[in-house]
Design a protein around this ligand. Structure first.
Ligand SMILES: [Zn+2]
Length: 306
C-alpha cells in the first residue's frame, strides 16, 4: 500500500501541484519562501518516487506470495529489483546534475575571461565609483545587464552594456547593479541549476517547465527586492522599464509581472512567509512519518532487519 501512496504523491507533486503553484499569485509577495516551497515540492517528489520504487517489489511479494513463501530467491529478487529501480532514479538525477554542473562551470569560466578581456576600462571606471571590482562594461548598442557567477575563490561579474550606462540614471544604474549582485551573493544560479537538472532528469511524460520557469521568475523578483530595498521602488521599476522599452526582448510577460509587482509596492506579510515555510517542511516530513516509517517498520523484518 505504501508503494501506491508514494506513487500517487510523486505524480501529484510532479503534475498538478506545480501547475497550481505556478498560477498562484500570492507566491509573488513572498518570493524567498515560495522558492523554498518549490524546492520542498521537488525534494518530496523525488523522495516519493524513490520510496515508491523501493516499496513496489515488496508490495508485489505481499500480493502474490504467502508469508512463508516470502524468503529465499523470491525475497532476493524483490530486494534486487527494489535496489535497481531506486538506484536508476538516483543515478540518473546525479549524472544529469554533475554533467550540467561541469558544463556550466566550464562555459562560465570562458565567459568570465571573455568579459574581462573585452571590458571597457574607461567606462568601467565610471561605474567603479558605484561598485568596484565586479562590474564590467561592454560595448553594445542595446541596454542590458546580467551577471556571470563566480566559483570558490573567484568573484562573479556584473556585466553592463555601454548603452545601459547611457540609458539609465545613476540611481537606476545602482538598482540594476544591486539586483545583479543579489543574484551573485545569494548564489541564485545554484537554485536554477537544481531545477534545470530536475527538469532534464524527469521522464518527458511527467516533466513540466512550470517549476523551472516559475522559480526563475521568483529569483528575479527576489533580486528586484534587493534593488528596491537599497535604492527604492522607483529606481528599480525605472530601470526595468528602460530595459524593456529600449531592449530587443521588449515587455515580456515576466517583465510586465515584475513591473506590476514593484509599482503596486507588493511586499509579503510575515505570517504568509511563515505559513509557506511551514508548508514546505510539512511536505517532506508528513509523508515520511505517515507512510515511510510505518512501511519500514513492516518491511525491514521481512528482509531480516529488526
Ligand atoms: Zn536578474
Amino acid at each position: 500500500m505504501a508503494s501506491v501512496w508514494l506513487t500517487g504523491i510523486a505524480l501529484v507533486l510532479a503534475g498538478p501541484v506545480p501547475a497550481l503553484l505556478a498560477r498562484a499569485r500570492w507566491t509573488r509577495s513572498v518570493p524567498r519562501a515560495a522558492i523554498v516551497l518549490w524546492q520542498s515540492v521537488a525534494v518530496a517528489a523525488v523522495l516519493a518516487a524513490v520510496g515508491s520504487a523501493l516499496a513496489a517489489p515488496e508490495a508485489l511479494l505481499r500480493v502474490f506470495l504467502h508469508p512463508e513463501e516470502r524468503t529465499g530467491v523470491a525475497l532476493a529478487v524483490a530486494v534486487g529489483a527494489a535496489a535497481v529501480l531506486a538506484g536508476l532514479i538516483v543515478v540518473r538525477l546525479v549524472v544529469v546534475l554533475v554533467l550540467l554542473a561541469v558544463r556550466t562551470r566550464v562555459r562560465r569560466a570562458r565567459h568570465r575571461d571573455m568579459v574581462d578581456l573585452l571590458a571597457r576600462a574607461d567606462r568601467g571606471d565610471a561605474v567603479g565609483a558605484l561598485r568596484a571590482g565586479t562590474v564590467r562594461v561592454l560595448d553594445g548598442a542595446v541596454p542590458f545587464a546580467y551577471c556571470v557567477p563566480g566559483r570558490v575563490g573567484r568573484e562573479g561579474r556584473v556585466v553592463l552594456t555601454g548603452a545601459a550606462l547611457d540609458t539609465l540614471c545613476p540611481n537606476e544604474l545602482r538598482a540594476v547593479i544591486a539586483h545583479e549582485q543579489a543574484h551573485l551573493d545569494a548564489r541564485h544560479d545554484l537554485v536554477r541549476e537544481g531545477f534545470t537538472a530536475l527538469h532534464k532528469a524527469f521522464p518527458v511524460i511527467v516533466r513540466s517547465r512550470e517549476a523551472r520557469d516559475t522559480v526563475a521568475l521568483l529569483l528575479e523578483m527576489l533580486a528586484d527586492d534587493a534593488g528596491r530595498r537599497r535604492h527604492g521602488d522607483a529606481a528599480m521599476a525605472g530601470a526595468l522599464d528602460a530595459f524593456a522599452s529600449t531592449g530587443r526582448a521588449g515587455y515580456g510577460t515576466d517583465v510586465v509581472e515584475r513591473l506590476e509587482r514593484i509599482r503596486s509596492h507588493v511586499r509579503g506579510g510575515r505570517a504568509l512567509a511563515v505559513g509557506t515555510y511551514l508548508a514546505a517542511v510539512a511536505l517532506v516530513v508528513v509523508p515520511t512519518i505517515t507512510i515511510v516509517v510505518p512501511w519500514l517498520a513492516d518491511a525491514l523484518p521481512v528482509v531480516g532487519i529488526r
